[in-house]
Structures are given as C-alpha cells and as structure tokens.
Ligand binder design. Structure first.
Ligand SMILES: Nc1nc2c(ncn2[C@@H]2O[C@H](COP(=O)(O)OP(=O)(O)OP(=O)(O)O)[C@@H](O)[C@H]2O)c(=O)[nH]1
Ligand SMILES: [Mg+2]
Length: 423
C-alpha cells in the first residue's frame, strides 16, 4: 500500500455522485457510501461527497462545465488531491479534467478498483492479471497530460502498470508489454488446467459473492481451513481450494475466490477469468450475501450479472444469507425470506446453521442421478466390486466374455467411478 501509516500523509479525496437516469438520491448516497469504503481501502482519506442532479450528461465533463470548475476549486481549497467519480468517465472526459484540474487528479470508480486490486495482488497470477487489466484500461486514456500527471503525482489511480517508469514509454511499448503479459497468463492458465483435470472427478462447490460478504469466513467455517479474513474490501484476490469431507460418503472441493463489486471494470473481469474458472467449472455455486446490508438485493443482481459475463449463469445455485447475527439483518429478515425463500440463513462467523448448508450440499449432490452401463471382464472382480459402492445396481447381466452392470448413481459418483476405472 502506498499511503499506509508509515508513509507520508494520506491522499485527501472528494467523491462525486451524479443523480441521473433511473437513480434517485438514496441510491446515489448508497453508492457513494460504497465508493467511500473503496477509497479508504485504496489508502485515501475521504473529506466529503458532492452530488449533482443531471437531466443530461455533458459529453465534455460528465457533469456541467460550471460544476466541474466549481468542484475543482473547492477541492483546491480543501487541500484535496484526488477527485473520484462514481460513474465511468470516458477517455475524452478524463482528458478534459486533467487539462482543467492541473494538480488535482480526477479518476473514476473503475480506476479506483484497479488500484485496490493492484495493491492486494499477492501471487504471480494475480499480479499479472491486474497489470494487464490496468494497462488495457490505461491505453485509450494515455495522453501527454496523463503522463505528466503520473510523473508528477503518482498515487491512487495513476500508478503506472509496471513501476514508475512505465508511463514514460509510449503506446507501442505498452502494447508489447500487454502481449507479454497475455503470454504469461496463458502459461499460468495451462498449469491451472492440469491441476483442475486432476480434480475432475470430485464434486466442485464455489463460493461467490460481493466483496466482504463473508465468503472466506464461510470457507473456514465449512472446512476448518485458515483462509485470510479481513474486514476490508477485496481481502481475497486469488482462489483457494480445499478438499472437505461433509460426511463419510460426500467429499467436495470448495473454492473461495475474489469478491465482486458494482461496476467491476470490464478488463478486470476479463483478465480474472482464469482465477474465476473455478466458478465456471463448479457443480454448485454458493451465492453468499451479506444479509445485514441494505444493498443486498443490488448485490445479488451484480453477482448475477458477473456470473452471466463469465458464462456461469445457468449453474445450480444456492443463495446464502450470511451475517444473520447482525441487528440490521434481523430488521430485514422477513423481507429477505420473502424475496429469497430458498435461501439458507446463517452466520459464518458464529458457526450458526452451517450444518443446514452442508446438508443442502449433500442433497444437491445426491439429487443429480444418472444411469450408465459398465462392462467388466471376468478378471476384473476387484474393479467391479469397487464400482458397486455408493450406487444402485439396476441390472446385472452375465454375458459370454463380460459382465454388464446397469447402475444408477449421482453424477459425481459416476464420474468418480469412471476415473477410477480409467486409471
Ligand atoms: N457479524 C458477522 N460478521 C461476519 C460474518 N461472517 C463474516 N463476517 C465478517 O465480515 C468481514 C468480511 O469477511 P470475509 O470472510 O473476509 O469476507 P469475503 O467475502 O471473503 O471478502 P473479500 O475476500 O474481501 O471479498 C470480516 O470482518 C468477517 O469477520 C457473520 O456471520 N457475522
Ligand atoms: Mg475473502
């Protein structure tokens, strides 16, 4: 982190929300609350919010030109060095702001999120993904003014892709770097693929949810593993996978991964696709929500959107309402139960009703039955015995040179048997 306690003072930031289109004042306030958390996570000190009602978006500055000038002078008076828009700014708008604001940086939510991801990336894969996303985001926005800003100021939102010198190179070099990062990612992905093939025959469950919903806490509650938990946005950027025995006959692979947030920059979702592959490959998605948040329905919609973008919207899904111990959750419990009647209401932190969830996973595993024929030579008595465990044998035919079994079992059990037999 750049601006932690032992570095120089925090960057002061001013947040801008615009009431337009379908948004009303309350929604924009809620969005700004979240933007505030994001800004703090990035290491800024938020000194205030400004909202403006607009019937028409101004192509030059998003907000009205007069308002833009006013905000910048206000920022200067307050000693603010960073203005953050909740809405996405076009490359042209950004450029205009840079010319107008001079020493005050103007960024949008997307740039802020990228900045946080960059600070939190721990593994080689996450670092490569974030750098790629950041360079792709920067490329169309690259201008003389931006380069100047980067050299002069640095810090949140204008951190260059690969160290301080990156911005001084031209677009061509950035493109070269992008190609290199893409090649690196393909290598890392291949490695991941080999690993996931090895896990092919086990039932896969993925935790998915808004950032800070409690996914990692739930992972720990279910698996007893020690996964990093923090009251911070995007504490987790990589995927952790744990093998968990729900009971003696049901083993799953449980994965915990990066959280989602409203307006996750498109480049970021695209580059994190390989990290999120566990989600796409999952047999079951646990969609974790923070029941104490007033934004819980919006969070749900955001997650569904990102799942669509990943091509995982048709997956079997169980909604989990976490943090029911919180007072706010109790307040909206009736509403939530009406809206999500199939949900499982629990508290990961307090180990409340975790068994309801594990039972639900077991039920889902057992529900998905398939019938297949298996052939065994008369020499394969051991294999045949193994294949009959945990299945219903519907028919047993002794033919001239083989035994034919018709068995019915859950799909994951059939996958398991087939993997065993192909060894
Ligand atoms: N009150 C309460 N707090 C919880 C519960 N579950 C998790 N938390 C808290 O919520 C915060 C976020 O938890 P995490 O498990 O890190 O959330 P996450 O979804 O993994 O978040 P990211 O990795 O940042 O996306 C932590 O401070 C947890 O202690 C719960 O059941 N009740
Ligand atoms: Mg986490």
């Amino acid at each position: 982190m750049i601006n932690n306690s032992n570095s120089k003072s925090k960057e002061k930031a001013l947040l801008i929300g615009v009431i337009h289109g379908e948004l009303d004042e309350q929604i924009v306030e809620d969005h700004l609350d979240e933007l505030r958390l994001l800004a703090i996570t990035a290491g800024a000190e938020v000194v205030g919010n400004i909202t403006q009602k607009l019937s028409r978006i101004n192509p030059s500055f998003f907000i009205g030109t007069g308002k833009a000038e006013q905000i910048i002078s206000q920022a200067k008076e307050l000693g603010v060095s960073l203005i953050i828009f909740d809405d996405e700014l076009s490359p042209a708008q950004l450029k205009n702001f840079i010319n107008l604001a001079k020493d005050v940086k103007v960024i949008d939510r997307g740039a802020l999120i990228l900045d946080i991801f960059r600070q939190h990336a721990q593994t080689k894969e996450a670092q490569t993904q974030v750098e790629l996303a950041q360079l792709e985001y920067m490329l169309p926005r690259l201008s003389k003014a931006w380069s100047h800003l980067e050299r002069q100021m640095g810090g949140i939102g204008t951190r260059a892709g690969a160290g301080e010198t990156q911005i001084e190179v031209d677009r061509r070099l950035i493109r070269t770097r992008i190609s290199k990062l893409k090649r690196d990612l393909i290598k890392i992905e291949k490695e991941r693929e080999t690993q996931s093939k090895r896990r092919g025959n086990v039932f896969k469950v993925a935790l998915v949810g808004y950032t800070n919903a409690g996914k990692s806490t739930l992972m720990n509650a279910i698996s007893g593993a020690n996964v990093f938990v923090e009251d911070k946005l995007f504490a987790t950027l990589d995927t952790t996978i744990r093998s968990v025995e729900l009971n003696t006959s049901h083993k799953i692979l449980l994965s915990d991964t990066v959280g989602f947030v409203r307006k996750l920059p498109h480049h970021l979702v695209a580059t994190f696709k390989s990290t999120l592959k566990e989600v796409v490959d999952a047999d079951l998605i646990l969609l974790v929500l923070d029941a104490s948040s007033t934004q819980v329905v919006e969070h749900y919609n955001t997650i569904v959107e990102v799942l669509k973008e990943l091509g995982a919207e048709r997956h079997q899904t169980v909604v989990i309402m976490n943090k029911i111990d919180e007072e706010n959750a109790a307040k909206q419990l009736n509403f939530l139960k009406r809206k999500f009647p199939e949900g499982i209401y629990l508290s990961a932190l307090n180990n409340l009703r975790i068994n309801k969830l594990t039972q639900k996973i077991v039920d889902v595993m057992d529900k998905d039955f398939q019938t297949i024929d298996l052939l065994f030579s008369y020499k394969e008595a051991k294999e045949m015995a193994l294949a009959q465990k945990g299945v219903d044998v519907l028919e047993r035919n002794y033919e001239d040179d083989c035994v034919r079994l018709k068995v019915k079992a859950s799909r994951w059990r059939i996958n398991q048997i087939q993997a065993e037999l192909n060894k």
